[in-house]
Design a protein around this ligand. Structure first.
Ligand SMILES: [Zn+2]
Length: 643
């Protein structure tokens, strides 16, 4: 079965939420610049706590409740001039930035969306402290559009304009540190319908949407400027929201691994049902087994027992033997899923379960005694241990039992966080629906025909028009133009082509995005960490004749592997400074002189022999065509060989 058919057969449905930062002159609700670099060393900081409040319907959001139970303090750094009293929530928001609004309208038009008549700014509850006020301001601008990705029509549900959140700097057990520069930078949030049915299509859709926003000329470029959340479900599964996917190119991996996890969880569920396990078997009977382990040599156990209220707690999971050790994602087992709940809800470092014992200094003898003490069946049941302060341990094991109960239903709806390798971990329950309130400080905004008219100048050219230009004006091959028309960096290519096209061939510039960068990415080189300013410096070096175009891949790879290196430094480190024609001629003459007999006897192959010798030292330092020309000239001059 092909991979596309496989994903169809399991009923994969993926929806994307793409967030693109805007490069406007001011932030969405205040006059601060949208640059995240502070020019001043003036920083003050303040501390806040979050408290959950009931919604109009009397419910408390489960995600807010969880955060409150962790009772953490949030500490905010507020540097100037990138922040003011608005970010600190000490001053009401100003009127909505018009440049941002026009960009949102232009993108909505390009996505064939219906504009809202009157925009209401809303407050969306945020539970992790990333907004000082406890909510994020957002406004629905348009709805019901579509985008065509390789002949597939993908629905666009909504387009919102919202403020970016503060950036987390550090997280400790009881304190979280944020910096406020990023708070309030305008974001366009585009949510697709769950029409996407394969990991590859998800990536292509994300690239296309990102490209479209960038083509307005108002999008920020570089690391973190496009972020995405992915909603993933399969038939018989649950809707899982994955947050914090760092790179667009990680999207297929995240989906692939999430599908794998959901299929494994469904397998575990059938196995539990086959074993006759039912929800009523799973009890919160948490047993203190500290006494049993008082002479244990295990470091984890000893450390826990030395804590003021330290204890070793255990709970039985009847019928779960062997299942906790089952892999659900590469390097993550079902036991890891339980452990995530223990960490989030109990604040413990993790759990130990009998599928991984003996281990951690716990002997098989200890395990036998543990089963006896708890009254569990060693052939059928699993036992989970937590070694920590007693109060935390109880919370942790209750969460473990709750997660085990959910395994009988199938897949719990969760918000998960993406790990850098594409696997995910439990973050919090999916937030309830009662999370939006009107923002009373900002009056509604009418989308007038005047605004729509103004926005038209920002609507990107149709791809067909661009394609024609790439082929006819820039002379790109159809293959290169095709690839470029679908590339995220199309706008950046256009910028570079405009600025350096008279000195660097268009095909060389295009090839950076279509061949070089994807090749380096496939080789596992962190090329996405290299910012576009650096890429421009490389192109500029080619334009100035400092390096040959052949040196581009090596320089980019070097900078990616050595963050912080400048293009100049990379050129020097790699010894890639171009060689003068005189030096090149001298080298060719030497090679001809020392191979004279051979070359004269093999007339027709002389060119190849000399060429391959020259390339050994000159690859990347001199343009390949120039070398070929000089070799031909010298062979004629010195040996009278005509090529
Ligand atoms: Zn401000």
């Amino acid at each position: 079965m092909s991979s596309v058919d496989f994903y169809k057969s399991i009923g994969l449905k993926v929806g994307l939420e793409i967030h693109v930062q805007l490069n406007t002159k001011r932030k969405l609700f205040c006059p601060c610049p949208t640059s995240e670099e502070s020019t001043s060393s003036q920083v003050y900081s303040f501390k806040r706590y979050l408290r959950p409040a009931r919604s109009e319907t009397g419910e408390v959001d489960p995600a807010a409740m969880l955060e409150w139970k962790r009772s953490r303090a949030y500490i905010y750094n507020a540097p100037s001039p990138t922040t003011c009293l608005v970010e600190a929530d000490e001053e009401p928001p100003h009127h909505v930035d018009e440049e941002s609004l026009l960009t949102a309208i232009a993108v909505a038009k390009a996505l064939n969306m219906e504009l809202i008549d009157e925009i209401y700014v809303m407050r969306k509850i945020v539970v992790d402290g990333s907004n000082v006020s406890g909510f994020q301001r957002t406004m629905l601008v348009a709805f019901n559009g579509s985008i065509t990705v390789e002949d597939r029509k993908i629905g666009i549900q909504t387009l919102c304009l919202e403020e970016d959140a503060a950036k987390k700097i550090e997280e400790k057990e009881s304190e979280v540190y944020y910096s406020l520069e990023r708070l309030g930078i305008p974001l366009i949030e585009i949510a697709t319908s769950p029409d996407i049915d394969s990991p590859e299509l998800a990536l292509k859709t994300a690239l296309k949407i990102g490209q479209l926003v960038r083509l307005t000329g108002k999008a920020k470029h570089g690391l973190g400027s496009i972020r995405q959340d992915i909603n993933i479900s399969i038939a018989g599964g649950a809707k899982i929201e994955v947050k914090g996917v760092q790179h667009l190119y990680l999207i297929p991996k995240v989906i692939e691994y999430e599908v794998q996890r959901q299929l494994k969880l469904l397998e575990i569920r059938s196995e539990l049902l086959n074993r006759g396990v039912s929800e009523k078997d799973l009890l919160d009977d948490i047993v203190d087994v500290s006494e049993l382990f008082k002479n244990s040599q295990s470091k984890i156990i000893k450390r826990a027992l030395s804590l003021p209220n330290g204890a070793i707690l255990a709970v039985k999971l009847p019928g779960f033997k062997g299942l906790l050790g089952r892999e659900v994602q590469p390097g993550r087992r079902f036991g890891t899923e339980l452990s995530d709940y223990a960490k989030v809800w109990g604040g413990v470092g993790g759990i130990i379960h009998t599928d991984e014992l003996p281990g951690y200094g716990i002997t098989s003898e200890d395990v036998v005694k543990l089963y006896e003490y708890i009254g569990a069946d060693p052939n059928r049941d699993a036992i989970v241990l937590v070694a920590d302060e007693k109060e935390k341990g109880v919370k942790a094991l209750k969460a473990v039992v709750e997660r085990a109960r959910l395994a009988l239903i199938g897949i719990p709806e969760e918000t998960r966080a993406a790990n850098p390798d594409g696997t995910t971990k439990y973050m919090r329950p999916r937030p309830g629906s009662a999370r939006m309130y009107p923002e009373t400080d900002i009056p509604p905004i009418r989308i007038t025909s005047e605004l729509v008219e103004k926005a038209k100048t920002l609507i990107p050219e149709h791809p067909d028009v661009k394609y024609k230009k790439l082929v006819e004006k820039h002379g790109l091959s159809k293959a290169l133009a095709d690839a470029l028309i679908n590339a995220l960096e199309l706008d950046f290519y256009e910028y570079l082509a405009e600025k350096y096209g008279d000195k660097v061939p268009y095909s060389v510039i295009a090839s950076i995005f279509i061949n070089t960068i994807p090749m380096l990415r496939r080789e596992g080189i962190p090329i996405d960490e290299v910012d576009e300013n650096t890429i421009e410096r490389v192109v500029e070096a080619v334009a100035r004749g400092v390096i040959a175009k052949e040196a581009i891949p090596d320089i980019l790879a070097y900078i990616a592997k050595n963050p912080g290196t400048t293009v100049e430094q990379a050129i020097n480190a790699l010894g890639l400074k171009t060689t003068s024609v005189d030096e090149l001629d001298k080298l060719i003459e030497n090679i001809i002189a020392s191979n004279k007999e051979k070359l004269l006897s093999k007339q027709s192959k002389a060119f190849n022999i000399v060429m391959s010798e020259v390339m050994k030292t000159m690859r990347g330092k001199v343009d390949g065509k120039l070398i070929a020309d000089r070799v031909k000239v010298k062979l004629r001059e010195v040996l009278n060989i005509e090529i």
